[in-house]
Design a protein around this ligand. Sequence first.
Ligand code: MTE
Ligand code: MO
Length: 377
Amino acid sequence: MKTGLAMAALGATSNFDWVLPVLAQGETVVPFTEWPANYNPAAAVDRRTFDTRTLSGPFTPKDQFFTTQHYGHPEVDPAAFRLKVGGLVNSPLSLSLDDLRKMGGTELVAGFECSGNRRPVQGLIGNGRWTGVPLKTVLEKAGLKPDAREIVFFGADRGKESVNFRGTNYDVEQQYGRSIQRDRALLPEPFLAYALNGEPLTKHQGAPLRVIMPGWYGAPNVKWLAEINAQADPYLGKFQANWYRTLRGEMINGEMKWVETAITHLQLKSFVARVTKSGNAHKVTTIVLNDGTPIKAVEVKVDDGPWQMATADPSTTAKYGWKLYNYTWNGAAAGEHTLVSRVTDATGKVQPTAEELEVKKTFLEDNSQHPRKVMIG
Ligand SMILES: Nc1nc2c(c(=O)[nH]1)N[C@H]1C(S)=C(S)[C@@H](COP(=O)(O)O)O[C@H]1N2
Ligand SMILES: [Mo]
């Protein structure tokens, strides 16, 4: 019975049994009225969004973790897999999964969203417990030459791209590629993961090996990692130099300048992910993501009421993981209401409103406060 109620509330169909949230006795999920009527979290085999209304724990289960990429899911045989490490290194490497496991076994909790994640669904988001090897360990084994200033990651996935130069299109095949600078690559954080939540990576999440840049957006987390190349010059592949850009107004020396910036660290963000009803009380759960700076406060506002403090969920304290904050809303009247959250970090930075974010022209990196419409029955 409880199951039937929850399914109705979620608009889920029976082939998505796994999306059922963990509900206490008598607890029901409150519908979001702004939700698209035809929403299907697994619309295509290589496109999946996380239905945040089903949020039931600190980590996103492997079959609910979002998936998005440019060239579909390549099939990589884990037994034949070798990670190539080359370019400006003293000893080029060819590492099997076993070689990596022998170097690794470290765990990292990291959550991320796609830089295109936005309202109303906000489902291009996930939080995982990753197992793998710090990138630094692999780079130190290969030995970077002094002029290796740029570390490039290539995925096994390839596609035809049309590169336009002054009116002429050049059609070339290329791999998904992303890069980071040497100094950053040698920090303790960048990570090569072969497991998610204690199990080998699934094809959706980049099996057998992927990059995780803790505290960054999804784009640099190269899946199906095939090669690492150390080079002297900046890497200017499409997905590095072009595709993941934000056009934003910035005050520089007292003047507003319109600049294109790269998608790197996560912008401070929170949103209402799930609301449940239990008796007269409603539990409003928000997801918070940022670059790892400690969080000072998360507040929730109901309609035109005052901002109210939400409470940190003690199961989500990892520096680079997402944080869940809960607010108990008492005495909600029947009808439609607006719930919005805002997060403030320890440096005093506050999540912007949509109006405050108008200096950002392009749609990536939308971390604005999201007024969420809900229906109280
Ligand atoms: N090889 C490869 N890695 C990739 C991509 C891709 O197209 N190819 N897309 C990136 C983008 S834009 C995002 S948001 C994340 C999504 O990771 P996920 O599918 O594990 O959630 O993968 C990143 N890594
Ligand atoms: Mo993305």
